[in-house]
Write a protein that binds this ligand. Structure first.
Ligand SMILES: [Zn+2]
Ligand SMILES: [Zn+2]
Length: 436
């Protein structure tokens, strides 16, 4: 039996829907207000929730948002229904995380078709890979997008690449994608070759929802394939939730295809813990110094640790330049900034590969202070202090040509040579593969 929680303040509507689904493998629990409905959802963990928009105590949008915030309820499909024909309500429903939206009166065939899709989706979802499949093999890192802020195709950027942030991590059979900048488009094309009859599981970890980290997602072809299972994980931003930001960039004003038209096996998980596991990969996170809410990820894999911190402004130089610009002197402010940098050093400690924001050089930095990005000299210093083995300069400035980036790498390497000389520094390059 499939379980449905049906929330509607109108007893007759509830009775009609329950009657329509009776004998079709559905066990229906009814509630006349949103709060009572959520109590039933918690108790029964249903396959689907069918909820009217205008319900007392908690309205349909609130019910939907609350369910979407619960990691344990990610598989639950939420279908909102209403007598409203306002286009805004429909868009808001999908932004809140609804999987489907029905206008009342609902014809029985439409209701049956919608509910059958819930069942089919559950059955068609590809199986998660077995732990033994994902534990074996080396860790591979492939760069698909290394640029910051905006894509910069052209002759001047053809060596390092012009696509925005996207890094593929392979741990045995497990696929983890870091950010969905424009680089994810070509990664998607590559992944399509691997979609087999049993499907494909893909995990996307998003650092934050600035456009250069999500703009490629509408062009990620696997998201339109019914046998691909995509989990998108990230933290709620300052203004929008993760799903809301991805949804909004696909609204009609910006894109012809809506998020709800993508594959049905698309789940969003708003993270709350700073540590969690993805299969055999242990993930630690840290808040970056960047406008809004932005995270860095440390992935501990069986063959080594990778730190990905694409958008971050080192604290000490920021404070020094602030004091210089404002003609003030605050030893306490400086000491505090150094303590914050030490926390970053701890986060990078002994990492095998650090992929980190190095957008500016020391001459450019003062005029870009407070924009949330780091001077490459500081990235090198932090990585050296942490005892990291390898550093890939990342989030290249859109105004930096290949020649400029090569100069920055040379400068970084001489900075290392003047110290202990152990850290290997390169600039991340589109198409490059690193194996741990
Ligand atoms: Zn960025
Ligand atoms: Zn950003």
């Amino acid at each position: 039996m499939k379980t449905l929680v049906l929330i509607d303040s109108d007893a007759l509507t509830r009775a009609l829907i329950a009657q329509c689904l009776a004998g079709r493998e559905w066990r229906v629990f009814e509630a006349e207000d949103g709060q009572a409905g959520l109590d039933l959802v918690v108790k029964h963990k249903p396959i689907a929730v069918l909820c009217d928009l205008r319900t007392p105590k908690r309205n349909g949008f609130q019910v939907c948002r609350w369910i979407r915030e619960q990691p344990s309820l990610q598989p639950t499909r939420v279908i909102l229904m209403t007598v409203s024909r306002f286009a805004n309500d429909r868009e808001t429903a999908f932004a809140a995380g609804a999987d489907d939206y029905l206008i009342k009166p609902i014809a029985p065939p439409e209701l049956i078709r919608t509910m059958a899709a819930c069942r089919d989706n559950g059955e068609a979802a590809p199986a998660e890979p077995a732990p033994e499949d994902i534990a074996s093999g080396p860790t591979l890192i492939r760069f698909w997008g290394v640029r910051g802020s905006i894509p910069t195709p052209g002759r001047d950027t053809s060596t390092y690449g012009g696509n925005t942030s996207c890094v593929e991590i392979r741990v045995g059979g497990q696929i983890i994608i870091l950010d969905a900048g424009s680089g994810i488009r070509r990664l998607g094309q590559s992944l399509m070759k691997e979609v087999s009859t049993t499907g494909l599981n893909v995990l996307i970890l998003v650092t934050h929802t600035h456009w250069d980290h999500i703009q490629g997602f509408p062009f990620f072809v696997p998201a339109y394939h019914p046998k691909v299972n995509i989990r998108i994980l990230g933290y709620e931003g300052a203004v929008h939730g993760l799903r809301g930001a991805l949804f909004e960039q696909m609204q009609t004003a910006f894109f012809p295809v809506g998020l709800n038209q993508m594959a049905t096996h698309l789940t969003f998980e708003e993270l709350t813990d700073m540590q969690f596991n993805l299969g055999v990969v242990k993930v630690r996170t840290m808040f970056a110094n960047h406008p809004g809410i932005c995270l860095g990820y440390r992935l501990s894999t069986p063959s080594g640790d990778i730190v990905y911190m694409p958008d971050h402004e080192a604290y000490e130089r920021c404070e020094v330049e602030r004091q210089r610009a404002e003609r003030t002197a605050s030893p306490d402010g400086l000491a505090y900034a150094r303590i914050q940098d030490e926390k970053v050093v701890d986060f990078l400690r002994d990492a095998d590969l650090v992929i980190a924001d190095s957008q500016y050089d020391a001459i450019e930095y003062p005029s870009r202070r407070g924009w949330g990005h780091t001077c490459a000299d500081d990235t090198v210093q932090l990585a050296m202090r942490a005892g990291a083995k390898r550093l890939a300069l990342f989030h290249h400035d859109p105004d930096h040509s290949d020649e400029k980036i090569a100069t920055m790498v040379e400068r970084a390497q001489s900075e290392v040579a003047q110290n202990d000389g152990k850290l290997v520094v390169t600039a991340a390059r589109e198409g490059e593969e690193i194996s741990l």
